[in-house]
Design a protein around this ligand. Sequence first.
Ligand SMILES: *Cc1c(COP(=O)(O)O)cnc(C)c1O
Length: 237
Amino acid sequence: MNESESRQRIAANWAAVEDAVRDAMSVAGRGVDEVRVVGVTKYVTADVAAMLVEAGCHELGESRPQQLWEKAEALAQLDAIHWHAIGHLQRNKVRRTLNFRPTIHSIDSLRLLRAIDQEASAQGIEVTALLEVNISGEQAKTGFAPDDLRAALEAYSGDAIRLNGLMAMAGRATSGATAREQFASLRRLRDELESSTGRRLSELSMGMSGDFLEAIAEGATIVRIGSRLFAGILNEP
Ligand SMILES: *Cc1c(COP(=O)(O)O)cnc(C)c1O
């Protein structure tokens, strides 16, 4: 596939995802501006990611900090990209990551929360972040256990992080129905935490290529979509 074909394919994929999101929001009785689509670029080079931005996606996500730095630097000339750090973040990578002012979806420990707070204070910035929750109970998944969230929220007394929601992934190879139950449980958990801690946790980052329709039905405010945007570009089995 040559460059212009790739560009066309990505534009078509983006339009199809936008349509699907709009339909799902309408079915759920929600306004289309109540959800944001983060285009996850971890499968592709910065050049290909740039095609997605040209197609109209201005929120990009990376799961590995190093890839976020590289792409954010490579795409710095394109206007108005907002980055999302969606994967495990080691504390020694916090400083450099914050340079790009991302929304951080994947705070999975109190130690990381405090490290980000400290660095954000030092840089004199406010960081928007979400707590990652292990809703599937799988060992391999990162994130707070649901029962530990309240204590973490109560233990955080800093003011450099705007902690405004929760992020989760459905378990591996779950059916749509199971994913939907897991997303519903994240929403209920959010509701309980809002009433027990008095904090507003308006963002629910949940739903990927295979389950974003279920996530939207359960109240997702951010969906993180990768492979579907690059279908036809990637070498698929
Ligand atoms: C890779 C990834 C996604 C996107 O997954 P797709 O199934 O390719 O859409 C979303 N969220 C996280 C945390 C990821 O690592």
